[in-house]
Design a protein around this ligand. Sequence first.
Ligand code: UGA
Length: 433
Amino acid sequence: MKLAVVGTGYVGLVSGVCFSELGNEVICVDKIQEKIEMLERGEVPIYEPGLKELIESNRNAGRLSFTTDLADAVRRSDIVILAVGTPPLPNGEANLSYIKDAAKEIAQAMNGYKIVMTKSTVPVGTNEKIAAIISEYSVHHFDTVSVPEFLREGSAIKDTLNPDRIVIGTDSQAAAERISALHRPLTDQILLTDIRSAEMIKYASNAFLATKISFINEIANICEKVGADVTKVSEGMGFDKRIGSSFLKAGIGYGGSCFPKDTQALIQIAGHVDYEFKLLKSVVEVNRDQRFNVINKLETILGDLSGKTIAVWGLAFKPETDDVRDAPAFEIIQTLIDKGAHVKAYDPIATDNFKKLLVHPEVKYCGSAVEAAEQADALCLLTEWKEFTQFSIEALQKLLKRPILIDGRNVFSEEQLAGTPMIYYSVGRPGMN
Ligand code: UGA
């Protein structure tokens, strides 16, 4: 099949590359000339394991190309995939201006029947708005289909090529068959639904996963007080198939470009129909508070943080990505600065992106984990990069001025700590808080 993918962010780029890997002819479109030039040079604007290699092999096979010319890409394609961003507005609602602009441009370029398939996360009812815009600006027949995306950053290619399910929302039988055929090489687990339900499935899924995280974080907070071990609690819960073991890792709360944005957007969606999503509001609140536990624990040990040097390991919102959007590290570092601490920060790959968010005389970005930890009054581990887990407690002790480690991701084990003088606080583990 011939596909045009509009928007080369995470979703657009990864989807486009994976569809070309399946043998389709794919043209990826972006308005940002610089991004397209990078991709044409074989450089990848985002860090995603395996993506660079896959782009290269599919370009060499002649199935994948990049352009800023949306009209040309649309004319040469049967299916147009909308994958532009829907960033949050100040009130938490999704900003649909990129979607609407792209729909208009697609309509104006159409030269015959097209399927317009939306992968961007959009509020319920948006695909109907897209259809209305296309009808206004094009005389050609078309169908709209909502195919929400469930990939995770850091494992985007694996997730796209091995999805748990594909959701296809459309009111057109012909489009449903065509889009099912496009995805069938990936899985048989295809759910056909109406458009509104497909749009809702995406928000409900992300909101549910965020709920699991906030739930286990609250359980962890209680574990700290009653002397239970949250890692054992989540293990024990996870054996129950109705609960499942994933997304029950306690820590410093979720970040990234999806959960924070989509939970807020769903609260807004509900609000627009006069429904208060009380549970989800609490999930968001718990998540906001959770990151500050790192600060509380530091203060419990060190007292006043003013003048103290705090090392921070990990700036990305999770490992295997250079994405720092809504990363807990940002607010934690900001609070440390407000409390008068000096911060020495290190991340294996996200430092450059983090610097775009925060440049401050009290924050020194370091070139290595060792440099950050050296002579610090305490070390806070905020992202569970593999590199950090390879340090022994003895090695850390030698680097730090005081043996204080706040492990926000429960990376170190009781065995590793045993017999060392390290003052160690983790999340929801007895004797380790
Ligand atoms: C998330 C969803 O997992 C994807 O299914 C979805 O497609 C994507 O959002 C999206 O809407 O585009 P992503 O944000 O890339 O994917 O990352 P996750 O692996 O889900 O992690 C999100 C955050 O939750 C991270 O900050 C992570 O540290 C945290 N988390 C995750 C926990 O604190 N505990 C857990 O058990 C799992």
